[in-house]
Design a protein around this ligand. Structure first.
Ligand SMILES: Cc1cc2nc3c(=O)[nH]c(=O)nc-3n(C[C@H](O)[C@H](O)[C@H](O)COP(=O)(O)OP(=O)(O)OC[C@H]3O[C@@H](n4cnc5c(N)ncnc54)[C@H](O)[C@@H]3O)c2cc1C
Length: 511
């Protein structure tokens, strides 16, 4: 079907994405400014809606933001931006208050004096109980709250099933984006004083991922094509414990399950995490994921086992109703038997480079949430940025992906390649092989299918290429990036982010 072209639309803010980052920004934008939110599926469809464990905030009696800050810095293995960590950990309780004021219902318990207080869970790497949650469907509750607030707001022009195809750039400034209504097959340019990428992560570049199908790295890809800088794309976080069952592969088993006392066992019946880290099952995610990967390889098994039985049947059902039901649906009663688990791609720690205020390297383009490299969830600081001048320049033509290969086949081939060669343990040779394979897929082009699937597959390729390029640039191992050809951490040369601009393309190491 041919794509019809519509008239130019002008707004103050164009927000791309309707997860926690996009909707928080949109709801906090200055009253009186015109805000358009475009989102490529239904408004609530986002990674946010699938979050299980909760939000970390230092609201407990024995907790402080300084402890939260320290835990974050420790898990970040020397690569966090301390200023950003400080800002986020200090602001976290206020974000929770804001969500509660908006109508979010988080689980509560009673103080000894009988007053209600937030019930706090614990997760890996946290030295205190500080995870605010709604059973094991916290994200759904947050997304419900934000979507209802957005619908009540009246001042937000929300467009569902509208994909941002590419940014519109002129003279080094982002003027807005080409938006495609995938149901009406109509595209039009939206010009904005500020464009905000809130498109989430890119887990779909991997064969096994906890991420929903929308997580195709669109924001990273459009930013890269527009010349904005990406950073630290090699740091893909693999979640250690996802269900290893053909009926529900990669369904997330929340880290809180280990926080409440769940233990990990290998196929030989050994509790291997005791040997690996002083925090055992509560070690940082990358440590647990790598230990599981090693156990699976050493024993030849396709999974390890998570045992929750010590938590007690009633408490398990009470704390983890969603996980209990999902596992039961594939005949695993987690109150009576251990759960087969293996790691899956979960979260992108890198992304579009931004400063503390969410500004990217491209003028008038902002990024927040998982698409951004700062790691800031939500965008409360963006709203106070000063607005930029209106625009009368001409809009460059929309260009859609070229056609040759079927987009589903491209996606599947890419996911296999990335899982095999750019997973938890990498090597120079595996990265070089993956880069060659991805570039071959790029040269073939994608198409012959629904236009939205073609756009996503093209974006997945750009994002995957960026992940591999960053992984090749970093000549050390740290956190979520482990290269067995340079297995040590090298603070002297690499205690800094890898930066990727269009002019800096790494070559695979020689030999
Ligand atoms: C299963 C699971 C469990 C998790 N559990 C937790 C947890 O317990 N605690 C925690 O802190 N984090 C958790 N996370 C991570 C967290 O949910 C995400 O990092 C966070 O929700 C990302 O929010 P976001 O707003 O940046 O992106 P998202 O929530 O993914 O929203 C992205 C939005 O952008 C839209 N979009 C994408 N591309 C385009 C485009 N081209 N055009 C238009 N719209 C587009 C999408 O449709 C979507 O609306 C979990 C993630 C998953 C997948």
């Amino acid at each position: 079907m041919a794509i019809a072209h519509g008239d130019v639309q002008r707004v103050d803010f164009l927000v791309i994405g309707s997860g926690i980052a996009g909707l928080t920004f949109a709801l906090k934008a200055h009253p009186g400014s015109s805000v358009a939110v475009v989102t490529k599926k239904d408004l609530p469809e986002s990674s946010t809606a699938y979050a299980q464990g909760g939000i970390a905030a230092s609201v407990g009696e024995t907790d402080s933001w300084e402890l939260h800050e320290q835990d974050t810095l420790t898990a970040g293995a020397g690569l966090c931006d301390p200023e950003v960590v400080r800002l986020v950990t200090r602001e976290a309780p206020r974000l929770v208050d804001w969500l509660v004021d908006l109508g979010a219902r988080f689980d509560q318990s009673k103080t000894p004096g009988g007053l209600p207080q937030l019930r706090l869970g614990r997760e890996g790497g946290h030295s205190r109980r500080r995870i605010i949650h709604t059973a094991d469907h916290t994200g759904q509750e947050i997304e419900r709250t934000l979507v209802e607030a957005a619908r009540r707001h009246g001042g937000l022009a929300v467009r569902e099933y509208c994909t941002a195809v590419d940014l519109i750039v002129s003279d080094g400034e982002c003027l807005g984006a080409w938006v495609l209504d995938t149901r009406a097959q109509r595209a039009w340019p939206v010009l904005a004083r500020a464009t905000v990428l809130a498109t989430g992560g890119c887990g779909q570049v991997y064969r096994y991922t906890t991420n929903p199908p929308i997580a195709t790295g669109d924001g990273m890809a459009v930013a890269r094509r527009a010349g904005a800088m990406l950073a630290n794309m090699e740091f893909v976080q693999f979640h250690p414990t996802t269900l290893c069952h053909p009926g529900a592969r990669a369904f997330l088993i929340s880290e809180r399950a280990r926080g409440e006392g769940g233990t990990l066992w290998n196929a030989l019946g050994e509790r291997f995490m005791l040997e690996v880290h002083p925090l055992a099952e509560l070690a940082p995610r990358d440590v647990v994921a790598r230990a599981i990967d090693m156990e699976m390889k050493a024993t030849g098994a396709e999974c390890v086992y998570l045992d929750l039985r010590q938590i007690g049947a009633k408490r398990i059902v009470d704390l983890f109703p969603g996980i209990y039901e999902r596992c039961l649906s594939v005949d695993i009663d987690i109150t009576r038997r251990h759960i087969p688990v293996s790691p899956a791609a979960h979260y992108m720690c890198g992304g579009v480079w931004t400063d503390l205020w969410g500004r990217t390297s491209l003028s008038r383009l902002y990024a927040c949430g998982e698409v951004a490299y700062t790691g800031l969830h939500g965008a409360n600081r963006l709203a106070s940025n000063s607005l930029l001048k209106a625009d009368t320049r001409s809009v460059p033509e929309l260009s859609l992906p070229s056609t040759r290969e079927e987009p589903g086949a491209v996606r599947a081939a890419l996911q296999r390649e990335m899982w095999q060669n750019v997973g938890i343990v990498r090597s120079d040779a595996s990265l070089a092989a993956a880069l060659a394979a991805v570039r071959e897929l790029m040269a073939d082009g994608v198409g012959h299918g629904p236009i939205d699937a073609s756009i996503e597959s093209a974006n997945l390729l750009v994002t995957a290429e960026a992940i591999i390029e960053c992984a090749l640039l970093r000549r050390e191992s740290r956190g979520g990036h482990f290269n067995q050809d340079c297995p040590e951490r090298d603070d002297l040369r690499w205690q800094r982010p890898t930066l990727l601009s269009r002019t800096e393309t790494p070559r695979p190491p020689a030999g």
